[in-house]
Design a binder for this molecule. Sequence first.
Ligand code: EZ4
Ligand code: CO
Length: 410
Amino acid sequence: MSTIERVDVLVTSPGRNFVTLKVTTSDGVTGLGDATLNGRELAVAAYLKEHIVPLLIGRDPQNIEDTWQYLYRGAYWRRGPVTMAAIAAVDVALWDIKGKVTGQPVYQLLGGASRTGALAYGHASGSDLPSLFTSIQNHLDQGFKAIRVQTSVPGLGQVYGVATNQKPGERYDYEPAKRTAVPTEEAWDSAAYIEHIPTVFKAVREEFGYGLPLLHDGHHRLTPNEAATLGKALEPYRLFWLEDCTPGENQESLRRVRSQTTTPLAIGEIFNTVYDYQTLITEQLIDYVRSAVTHTGGISALKKIMDFAAIYQIKSGFHGPTDISPVGQAAALHLDMAIHNFGIQEYMKHSPETLEVFKTSYTFENGLLHPGDNPGLGVEYDEELANSYEYTPAYLPVNRLQRDGSMHDW
Ligand code: EZ4
Ligand code: CO
């Protein structure tokens, strides 16, 4: 029997921080898993090193489900982003190994291809309408067939999702986690935002027409009633979805939004288990599951969430910002290929420096992502190059109300 012989927790920082788990079997097969938790990376690295790696040595790498249950139930302390990112990294690395051992790309092991590729959406942004239009056009020129739209809000400074450095032909390069000793601070005003966003979508529809799927991320800032107001105001512009319109800890609060607007709703990038979705799914309060494989316990767990969601006609829209490593993104793409209720996949291209450390086999053609057909996930990690990039602390920003400086959701 092949056993898990060695497990390495690899931290690198080619412009931004990534934590990768590398599992090596006694047969010399290696598997990779993503354990990156933006702004809290070393907590997951320590959880893995101190508490999980010792438990993996000697286990049978083939038994993915048993290992998942061993780490989830066996810890006694369940759930939470640190634990579930660590379990995800193990799960994904074992799927990578199973793919390599069987000579199959992971999506084949998950049931095979349900589609020719995963419809991807890119991130356009602008501080005003002309720069936003340039950014949208830039994405269309790169082949994107669906686009997320974020803009500045009059009277506010830097806000979530707006790249400051975008020129025609350049890669959208918005990284909210800044390499500062303490988080940067942004100012917020929900009323100004709710007033402004519908005017932006009106202008974008007038310029680009109604055929282009458009998305928007509210980034957890509104109350249920404010979110309902925004959803209604956006109905004429037929969004593909409105994401994270309100924080999701209280699942029941989505009832108010859902009952008041037909704008499709997506949520879940900070959720970590199926229980975070239970009410949202069974009451059909959302249309799209936003989880990342990396933050939801891996391929095994997210596949189960999607099978549960399928019963309620809810689709996937997995999280794919650049703080999900290429390993995490590849894992999402294999799941995207296999599940029936795929919706869309977020895609922010990683920097050239990142893609030198992580050699990927996935492709982006005609608006669709494909994971490639290499055995396993199709990602290789250049450890020597990775070691030349030292970990640099970075924090996501915090948000304060412009009016009086109260802390608000970022
Ligand atoms: O702010 O991943 O939809 N995407 C997002 C992301 C998150 C970052 C946080 O690390 O909301 O840009
Ligand atoms: Co989001």
